[in-house]
Design a protein around this ligand. Structure first.
Ligand SMILES: *[C@@H]1O[C@H](CO)[C@@H](O)[C@H](O)[C@H]1NC(C)=O
Ligand SMILES: *[C@@H]1O[C@H](CO)[C@@H](O)[C@H](O)[C@H]1NC(C)=O
Ligand SMILES: *[C@@H]1O[C@H](CO)[C@@H](O)[C@H](O)[C@H]1NC(C)=O
Ligand SMILES: *[C@@H]1O[C@H](CO)[C@@H](O)[C@H](O)[C@H]1NC(C)=O
Ligand SMILES: *[C@@H]1O[C@H](CO)[C@@H](O)[C@H](O)[C@H]1NC(C)=O
Ligand SMILES: *[C@@H]1O[C@H](CO)[C@@H](O)[C@H](O)[C@H]1NC(C)=O
Ligand SMILES: *[C@@H]1O[C@H](CO)[C@@H](O)[C@H](O)[C@H]1NC(C)=O
Ligand SMILES: *[C@@H]1O[C@H](CO)[C@@H](O)[C@H](O)[C@H]1NC(C)=O
Length: 548
């Protein structure tokens, strides 16, 4: 990525230009004075708002002249998403801040995409402000009533499952908390044209926000790093992409193709993922044996019985998922260490792995402040430790965790759950630019080394976006936990986001506990049958069963 974006910064030579480039239904006009205009389907949809940045505890902006355009130019190049024409601009803060910025607007020739890049040439300090916003505004788009009615749709919240849908209008706020608002799809009422607007790098630190100028009344939508971030190092690159298509799904697929190509997401990991290709036995929330060993005294006995039943009834389970009930937790239930309690697995997970031959998908959550792995607690690895959570910050930790688990008990898929809570519990993930990306990339790189894949669970949209840089992440949960009567079956909307990004959308377990009060073989068999019928039929059956 850094290499790719580096290609876009070129030597400055100031020339006057006013150019227009069109691909598909997208047309981009750029001016040497720093402004741009974007038309979709032949109509102007967006014109640029003011460029601004926070440094030394205040804003420096084009609008009031405290940020000045000192040069602009034009160049061409080719990267893996194809040939592009780039317009670039140099900016200088005036007064106490000596910050300089470079911005580029790059229009691609073979994809209906425009990439906006902001480079902090100098360090910016005391950048944070106490709102869900951004600490810079490039690009920014004036929000005005269009020549055609437009709407927006975006994803938010736990599992990225809450859709925010509204009119695109200066009177309507655009959803932009840390838990959502990315990507943002703007579409016209006839659904013939749509654009996706989203960060294109360092997704865990990026945000979108609306700004109101109370003097002029102008409202803008801007992209930039999260406003909770306290400083930006010199050389930091922040980028955003706008991709056009014909409707919401189509523009999302085009957007996904842009990012997957840009980051070389290797989709062969998803295609060959064993757990995506075969049936597995799950023990998570909603399943029979979730924090419940039924008539058995420990999980080794439970899983022995499940295995025996499956053999007798010829149920082709090929792997096993073990949920959060097996490892050691600290106060407030963060992970103390990722090893099995003897009360749960008297002979270790390895006894079950050996007897069943099933590879294992294993659950994990956020790390406790008291985790045994952190140097601060006498462990071997570098962690950031805060009062509510901690975070590993060296890849060797993941090498250790994955290699030992794979060797001793046949770990195959690492399920990283509570992804959103990891961010809400750990301030460093909100304040430190690049930290979230580093955490997830280290986890992913180590997984790849040991032949493992990763399932994300409880992601926000930003986690799903970040996975585009991590080929080991093949799948994600996209709806709530299985509880009869809740909306966990409602997976269509978030599947658009997951599949655009190359992820298999995982709906979670099926369990007919309502039909059968006990976790008997019959209920397992019915669960299997149900995985082959449509979700709708299943729900209908369940409703009927409830009524009778
Ligand atoms: C830049 O030039 C364009 C075209 O002349 C104009 O529409 C726009 O308002 C100008 N922008 C600024 C910031 O002066
Ligand atoms: C940072 O900026 C805020 C204003 O946003 C100011 O109150 C504070 O004193 C500044 N802190 C430092 C260390 O300069
Ligand atoms: C609002 O716009 C005016 C005129 O362009 C500018 O001077 C002022 O700084 C802006 N206000 C904010 C809060 O950006
Ligand atoms: C900006 O305007 C929108 C829409 O009118 C409004 O919902 C929002 O509260 C305003 N934000 C601020 C910070 O004034
Ligand atoms: C900021 O976003 C968080 C997470 O969605 C939310 O809980 C909080 O209320 C928001 N704060 C403001 C001031 O809108
Ligand atoms: C969305 O656009 C694509 C590409 O033009 C098209 O194939 C598809 O049929 C459209 N979907 C709907 C529901 O119109
Ligand atoms: C995990 O935590 C338990 C409970 O505190 C402790 O007995 C055990 O030694 C720990 N294991 C490792 C590998 O740190
Ligand atoms: C527990 O054992 C009882 C008596 O044998 C049986 O009726 C029941 O179905 C069993 N429950 C489970 C969860 O296996």
């Amino acid at each position: 990525m850094a290499d790719n974006l580096g290609l876009l910064s070129v030597l400055l030579c100031t020339i006057l230009f006013q150019v227009s480039l069109a691909v598909g239904n997208l047309n981009v006009e750029a001016f040497s004075n720093g402004s741009f205009s974007i038309s979709v389907g032949g109509k102007q949809w967006f014109r640029s708002g003011s460029v601004g940045v926070r440094d030394l505890g205040r804003w420096w902006s084009q609008e009031d002249g405290s940020l000045e355009l000192t040069g602009s130019g034009q160049s061409e190049g080719v990267i893996n998403v194809g040939p592009f024409t780039s317009y670039y601009y140099e900016w200088q803060a005036k007064g106490a801040s000596s910050l300089t910025l470079t911005t580029t607007v790059s229009v691609f020739e073979q994809m209906p995409a425009v990439l906006f890049v902001l480079v902090f040439n100098d360090k910016a300090t005391n950048t944070s402000s106490n709102v869900n916003s951004t600490l810079s505004t490039f690009p920014s788009f004036v929000i005005e009533e269009g020549p055609v009615d437009r709407g927006y749709v975006t994803w938010s919240g736990n599992m990225a499952r809450f859709m925010k849908i509204d009119r695109w209008s200066p009177d309507v706020p655009i959803y932009s908390n840390i838990d959502g608002g990315l990507p943002l799809v703007v579409y016209d009422s006839v659904m013939e044209n749509a654009v996706v607007m989203a960060p294109a790098s360092d997704f865990m630190s990026a945000n979108q926000a609306t700004f109101n100028n109370t003097t002029t009344g102008e409202k803008t939508l801007a992209f930039g790093p999260l406003s909770s971030i306290t400083e930006i190092p010199a050389g930091y690159v922040c980028s955003m992409v706008l991709v056009a298509g014909n409707n919401v799904t189509d523009s999302m697929m085009q957007f996904g193709n842009f990012l997957k190509t840009f980051y070389k997401k290797d989709e062969s990991y998803r295609k060959s993922d064993f757990t995506i290709n075969y049936l597995g036995y799950w023990t998570d929330n909603g399943a029979c044996y979730y924090y419940d060993t039924g008539n058995y005294s420990n999980y080794e006995e439970v899983l022995d019985a499940v295995y025996a039943d499956a053999q007798t009834a010829n149920i082709p389970f090929r792997y096993l998922q073990i949920d959060s009930w097996w490892y050691y937790k600290g106060p407030e239930n963060g992970v103390k260490n990722w090893t099995a309690k003897p009360s749960i697995f008297p002979n270790g997970i390895e006894a079950v792995a050996k007897k069943t031959g099933w590879p294992i998908e294993a659950h994990n959550r956020w790390w406790s402040p008291v985790t045994d792995y952190a140097k601060q607690n006498g462990g071997k690895f570098e962690f950031i430790v805060e009062s509510e959570a901690s975070l590993p910050v060296e890849e060797e930790f993941w090498d250790f965790l994955f290699s030992s688990s794979k060797e001793t008990w046949n770990l195959l898929v690492y399920e990283q759950d509570w992804l959103d809570v990891a961010v809400t519990r750990l301030q460093a993930l909100r304040n430190t630019v690049g930290l979230g990306r580093m955490w997830l990339k280290q986890m992913g790189a180590a997984a790849t080394r040991y032949g493992l894949t990763i399932q994300y669970c409880m992601p926000w949209p930003r986690h799903l976006l970040q996975s585009v840089e991590i080929s080991a992440v093949t799948q994600s949960r996209i709806s709530d936990d299985y509880t009869p009567g809740n909306s966990q079956w409602q997976i269509g909307d978030t599947t658009i986001l997951a599949s655009a990004l190359g992820l298999a959308a995982f709906k979670d377990v099926m369990n007919l506990r309502l039909l059968h009060s006990e976790c008997t073989l019959n209920s397992i068999v019915l669960s299997i049958i149900c995985t082959h019928v449509s979700v709708t039929r299943y729900i209908a059956r369940q409703r009927k069963a409830k009524q009778t």
